[in-house]
Design a binder for this molecule. Structure first.
Ligand code: NAD
Length: 468
């Protein structure tokens, strides 16, 4: 049993009560995490405020060196953290699983450590000199989901620290263990109070809601569902907090008629089923031209059948269980409805525990729940289309606008279609391939603000113009 503690002002804090964390592959309790009280949250915010006074005055080189030390900790403890992720999240160690997540966390941490936001001279002439400076905001509150617990925390923490802010982090109650351990490790190389971690079981909105309303926190970076994102935005209004909201997606993929169905099957599968579909920018609707529709379905199903699913601790498995019962029931109910309206090509029948087989259902259209709603699980609807205008219109007929993809041998034509899609990122002949040097974020109800690259870094700063 793993008994995790919070880190507040450099101290290990057990919390007055705890909650259980279960392994979704086995249903067994693998550890406990503390329930933070409002007093614990106040202490974490005070510690971060106190640390901000000196951390925000570090030179650019000092901040870079400290962030590189954090990145080194991630890399040195990568196996330990990957094991914790697999145990609490369910994704396999292997494939695009927890070792891959840790690889991403290390890569993002290294890249972000090297990003500076130097002062810009806007004018320097006889009329005077105008300088644009970027200043840290203060205490940043980071709230993370359960699908990529460590990598998403790194996406929040590193740009915040690198630009001179201090942090209070709160992971999802489904996956708190790897994050708590990671913050413990970071405290071995960072000054007291620079990063703090609090956890809670989400009872009555819980500690996340208290963070969004806390007057000592200057910005919230939130990754999670659209529904919770709206609540965060509402409670942030009273204290005028800065926000970055990375919310849900319902990404469409459009397969143009010139594709080779066999050649794209593997890319389509992993673009959709990465982490069992529990990925914000996974492909959640697939529009295929009628001339190759059946061939694409056949090849996709054949590839899907070759991917082993099971307990993530076993090296042979490439897909694990759905992370929690609530999500499992949501996917099951969408699939039950879709089976009545379309044609089941693969999966559909639930297995043991939280294992839900990769499911592909054709014959669906916009207006069917599996097409319109974010399933966030291993069930892909395939929609047949006749002309590309119809596919673009259907792809854009969504409240979400996170990502999208176009599949074609004609890259220029694919780019033209990409430009007409209403979303923050569009990939050609792949889906969801984010990288640390390109800004990533949603349009419409998928949120606002971006992460990564210089544009993402800027969101952790206030601009100050000095005229002399
Ligand atoms: P969620 O919204 O249920 O929870 C996210 C976090 O918010 C958790 O830490 C939770 O404890 C906390 N929370 C709960 N109630 C709160 C409140 N009232 N105020 C503040 N915080 C509160 O989301 P989830 O189920 O953990 O994650 C799945 C969702 O996240 C999906 O919709 C997915 O698309 C989205 N997501 C988006 C991105 C992205 O980059 N756009 C990335 C990953 C996941």
């Amino acid at each position: 049993m793993y008994v995790a503690k919070m880190t507040i002002g450099g101290r290990a804090v057990p919390g007055a009560t705890t909650f259980e964390v279960k392994n979704p592959s086995t249903g067994q309790v693998i550890g406990t995490a503390p329930n933070a009280s409002n007093t614990d949250l106040d202490s974490a915010v005070s510690a971060a405020q106190k640390a901000f006074a000196s951390w925000s005055r570090q030179s650019d080189d000092e901040l870079q060196a400290a962030c590189l030390a954090v990145a080194a900790k991630i890399n040195a403890h990568s196996d330990e953290l990957a094991t914790l992720i697999t145990l609490e999240q369910g994704k396999p160690l292997n494939g695009l699983g927890s070792r891959w997540e840790m690889g991403g966390a290390g890569a993002w941490a290294n890249y972000t450590s090297g990003l500076s936001l130097p002062m810009k001279v806007l004018q320097d002439n006889g009329q005077g000199r105008v300088e644009l400076h970027r200043k840290p905001l203060g205490v940043v509150g980071s709230i993370t989901p359960w699908n990529f617990p460590v990598m998403i925390a790194i996406w929040h923490i590193l740009p915040a620290l690198r630009t001179g802010n201090t942090v209070v982090l709160k992971p999802s109650p489904f996956t708190p263990l790897a994050t708590l351990r990671m913050v413990e490790l970071f405290n071995e190389v960072l000054p007291t109070g620079v990063i703090n971690c609090v956890t809670g079981d989400d009872h009555l909105g819980g500690i996340g809601a208290a963070m969004a309303a806390h007057p000592g926190i200057r910005k919230i970076v939130f990754t999670g569902s659209c529904a919770t994102g709206r609540k965060v935005m509402q409670s942030a209004a009273t204290t005028m907090k800065r926000l970055t909201l990375e919310l849900g997606g319902n990404d469409a993929g459009i397969v143009l008629p010139d594709c080779d169905p066999k050649a794209i099957a593997e890319g389509l599968f992993w673009g959709s089923f990465i982490n069992n579909g529990q990925t914000c920018a996974a492909m959640k609707r697939l529009y295929v031209h009628e001339s190759i529709h059946d061939d694409v379905c056949e090849n996709l199903v054949a590839f899907a059948k070759s991917v082993p699913m099971g307990d993530g601790m076993s090296e042979q498995n490439m897909l694990g269980p759905v992370q929690n019962r609530m999500q499992f029931d949501k996917v099951a109910s969408l699939v039950t409805d879709a089976r009545k309206k379309g044609e089941l090509l693969l999966g559909g029948e639930v297995g043991d525990g939280l294992f839900f087989p990769a499911t592909i259902i054709a014959g669906l259209k916009n207006g069917d729940a599996l097409v319109d709603d974010e399933q966030f699980g291993p069930a892909l609807p395939v929609i047949r289309y006749r002309d590309v205008e119809e596919a673009i219109k259907a792809a854009n007929d969504s409240q979400n606008g996170l990502g999208g993809s176009v599949w074609s041998r004609d890259i220029e034509h694919a780019k033209h279609v990409a430009g007409r899609m209403e979303c923050g990122s569009v990939w050609i002949n792949k889906h969801g391939a984010i990288q640390p040097n390109a800004p990533f974020g949603g349009t419409k109800s998928s949120g606002f603000g971006v992460e990564f690259a210089e544009e993402g870094q800027q969101e952790y700063t206030a601009q100050q113009v000095i005229f002399s």
